[in-house]
Design a protein around this ligand. Structure first.
Ligand code: PMP
Ligand code: GLN
Length: 378
């Protein structure tokens, strides 16, 4: 038997979370909240289950949820999206990414990825026979050299994947970045996949720019979002993809044979819940407090926090404490000091070590305080 993904290992998130459990460490590795989900949301799910909404949802997702998403996009980004033809509900952001990549990539196609990158992009492109062209961005700025991007575009470039706000660098794309991208793809048939699952985690008054706001990009883009991030419910696996009708039709051809449809009562409950805009408009402030708690606390340590503009991740530089490689140091932190993090080298396709660890601050304040008590002693 020959593997289709010979170089792919068990994901770094599973590995670090498993180690954290084995060593009873505070788990700041895999990105998920450890505090309770809204009672109102839970009771809405229960109500819809009791009302009998327990069978297959329509393949593209229930209409009321798609309409609510279209309203949300209109009010946030002043963009009209057609609920019928341009939005598909998926079983999480990961499935939306998988299906979008599957919709676009044919064997031999090239996909440009900015690294450090979320771990699912590369194996998914490869599974569909595509090749990844990684562009390495470096700490602490992770800024994009657009001349380099231009030089890496070839006749075979089919897709550019961007993640904004970016996991794990915690940087956000600025208007100028989109303008550069627009120039680069003009007169090409390159498609954009914009992973915006952290759109409501942007700090210090910065604004999230969606690719949807740039008409010349929007017409060639898939946008991916996740209710796991929006509602602190990563285990519910619900998300969606927005794309022009001609892309959405193709996307749904794959979606229908991948999952067919996503969890019905959760879709109804989410549609109800997010009608109250405060459910997501409060996220920026909610997470900024946690980010600040960590950044302020870390000032008393020998770790150096890298500026964090968005996402619920923070990168910390341990160069003053150890010269061990990132993975080795992350494992030492778990075994010896009982704090689990993710080595940033795991987000690069070729080995690149910057003495950086990623921590997730979507945790209750007690957990953050406990982890600070440990980290400040190192
Ligand atoms: N994209 C990025 C950048 C992520 O960090 C995540 C969550 N880990 C996802 C997509 C996947 O979202 P979901 O959990 O909804 O599958
Ligand atoms: N998105 C989460 C992270 O970056 C992990 C999701 C997963 O485990 N696949 O930590």
């Amino acid at each position: 038997f020959s593997s289709k993904l010979p170089k792919t290992e068990v994901s770094i998130f599973s590995r670090m979370s498993t180690l954290a459990q084995q060593h009873q460490a505070i788990n700041l590795s895999q990105g998920f909240p450890n505090y309770p989900v809204s009672e109102r949301l839970i009771s809405l799910v229960e109500q819809y289950m009791r009302k009998g909404f327990n069978q297959y949802a329509p393949m593209p997702g229930i209409l009321v949820l798609r309409e609510t998403i279209a309203e949300k996009i209109a009010s946030l980004y002043a963009v009209d999206v057609d609920a019928n033809d341009e939005i598909t509900i998926t079983s999480g952001g990961t499935q939306a990414l998988f299906t979008a990549i599957g919709t676009v990539i044919k064997p031999g196609d090239e996909t440009i990825i900015f690294e450090p990158a979320y771990d699912s992009y590369k194996p998914t492109v490869e599974l569909f026979g595509g090749n990844v062209v990684p562009i390495r961005l470096k700490a602490p700025d992770f800024s994009i050299d657009w001349a380099e991007v231009k030089s890496r575009i070839s006749e075979r470039t089919r897709l550019i994947i961007l993640n904004n706000p970016t996991n794990p660098s915690a940087k956000i794309w600025k208007k100028q970045d989109f303008e550069m991208l627009e120039k680069l793809v003009k007169d090409t048939s390159i498609i954009i996949l914009s992973d915006e699952v952290y759109e409501h985690m942007v700090y210090d008054g910065l604004q999230h720019c969606s690719v949807l706001q740039f008409p010349r990009l929007r017409e060639r883009s898939f946008v991916v979002a996740s209710f796991g991030k929006l509602l602190h419910t990563t285990g519910w696996k619900l998300g969606y993809a927005v794309a022009p009708k001609y892309f959405t039709e193709e996307f749904r051809k794959i979606h229908q044979f991948n999952v067919f449809s996503s969890n019905t009562p959760v879709q109804f409950a989410v549609a109800d819940y997010i009608k109250d805009k405060s459910t997501y408009l409060e996220l920026n402030a909610f997470f900024q407090k946690k980010r600040d708690l960590m950044l302020t606390g870390l000032k008393a340590s020998r770790f150096k926090g890298i500026p964090c503009e968005g996402t619920y991740f923070l990168l910390i530089d341990y160069a003053q404490i150890s010269d061990a490689a990132e993975l080795a140091y992350a494992i030492q932190l778990i075994r010896q000091f009982k704090v689990a993090t993710v080595p940033v080298s795991a987000f690069y396709s070729t080995f690149f070590d910057q003495n950086l660890l990623r921590i997730c601050f979507a945790k209750d304040d007690d957990t953050l305080d406990q982890s600070l008590a440990i980290l400040t002693k190192l």
